[in-house]
Design a protein around this ligand. Structure first.
Ligand SMILES: [Zn+2]
Ligand SMILES: [Zn+2]
Length: 360
């Protein structure tokens, strides 16, 4: 018989969890494993709220098992390390992103692409190799193999830096991988939310001229003045879209809802690349002859490997890149989820876990 969340492991833990498709989060007592030889245990200080947390809480992707404790933008301070841990000591500031495990032996893992390992273990809502469930960062503490723990740069803020662990790496990785990180390139960013606003910051830090595409005309001022983007295009305005034809080296599309992509392909120059990082499940309409004249590429990208995530954090610290956040107590989380659904946040909620999560 399956053990209960409270009795699977020896160490008591607590957090917030959704228990059914309503997605409403409420306090949950569960357990975490004892610190293994290669494990790092840390007290959670901050955790960002990602759109995936909402999708999972409501079982919108169809593979949620309840109870589920979301959270994969987790920053904390180390409280215990296993005897074989090399990279960390008690008191270190650390982060955990979307993954807490991978096979470590496949072709992807060998190339530091744990994010494409077929046996990867997401930070919450999946089974660990021992058959127990993973719980995310809306909780008092975490335990993870040190390979999946990031060193937190000295001068990177803990709260506004937390969203970099998902939103940051999700946009940084394709900019790097597809060669869209060179000064002077013209880069488009579609969607100005949690992902999009950090995509603009990374692209600007790489020296790009950045065009933001949004369906919301009222975001123009914040895009140009707040985020220092160079151009703003209302993507529903055909004339404005046509003015971008053959002008961009690359586009990072962060939108998680079905939307027309032919006008975006049209905005690419020869050899331009359109990269999707949002979770869109509906098929899109695209013709081969919109790609072949101009040798254009349409691609996808998902988070990043651990080595690249560390590189991204160090780059962000060096260039002063953080997310724009609204810091909230954990008992505000359901309200925050509702507001996030309406895009009523600039641009990421971060839970002040250590100061607001009370032991039951
Ligand atoms: Zn995420
Ligand atoms: Zn692997």
């Amino acid at each position: 018989m399956a053990k209960s969340p409270e009795s699977e492991h020896p160490i008591k833990a607590f957090g917030y969890a959704a228990r059914d498709v309503s997605g409403v989060l409420s306090p949950l007592t569960f357990s975490r494993r004892a610190t293994g030889d290669k494990d790092v245990r840390f007290k959670v200080l901050y955790c960002g709220i990602c759109h995936s947390d909402l999708h999972f809480s409501k079982n919108e992707w169809g593979f949620t098992t309840y109870p589920i404790t979301p959270g994969h933008e987790i920053v904390g301070v180390v409280t215990e390390v296993g005897s074989k841990v090399k990279k960390f000591k008690v008191g270190d500031k650390v982060g955990v992103g979307c993954l807490v495990g991978s096979c470590r032996s496949c072709e992807n893992c060998a190339k530091d692409l744990e994010n494409y390992c077929p046996q990867q273990i997401p930070t919450y809502g999946f089974l660990h190799y021992d058959g127990t469930r993973t719980y995310g960062g809306y909780s008092d503490h975490m335990v993870s193999d040190e390979h999946f723990v990031l060193r937190w740069p000295e001068n990177l803020p803990l709260d506004s830096g937390a969203p970099l662990l998902c939103a940051g790496i999700t946009t940084y990785s394709p900019l790097r991988h597809f060669g869209l990180d060179k000064p002077g390139l013209k880069i488009g960013v579609v969607g100005l939310g949690g992902l999009g606003h950090v995509a603009v910051k990374f692209a600007k830090a790489f020296g790009a001229e950045v065009t933001v595409f949004s369906t919301t005309p009222s975001k123009k001022q914040e895009a140009l003045e707040g985020l220092k983007a160079d151009h703003f295009i209302v993507s529903k305005d055909q004339e404005q879209m046509q003015s971008t034809a053959n002008s961009l080296d690359g586009i990072i599309d962060t939108v998680s809802a079905s939307h027309p992509i032919a006008p975006l392909v049209n905005a690419l120059k020869t050899d331009g690349k359109l990269v999707f990082v949002g979770a869109v499940f509906e098929p899109f309409e695209l013709t081969a002859v919109s790609l072949s004249p101009g040798r254009k590429t349409v691609a996808g990208s998902a988070i990043g490997g651990l080595k690249e995530t560390q590189e991204m954090l160090d780059f962000a610290a060096k260039h002063g890149i953080t997310a724009d956040i609204e810091l909230i107590p954990i008992d505000y989380v359901n309200t925050a989820m509702g507001r996030m659904l309406k895009s009523d946040v600039k641009y990421r909620f971060v839970i002040d876990v250590a100061n607001s999560l009370k032991a039951p």
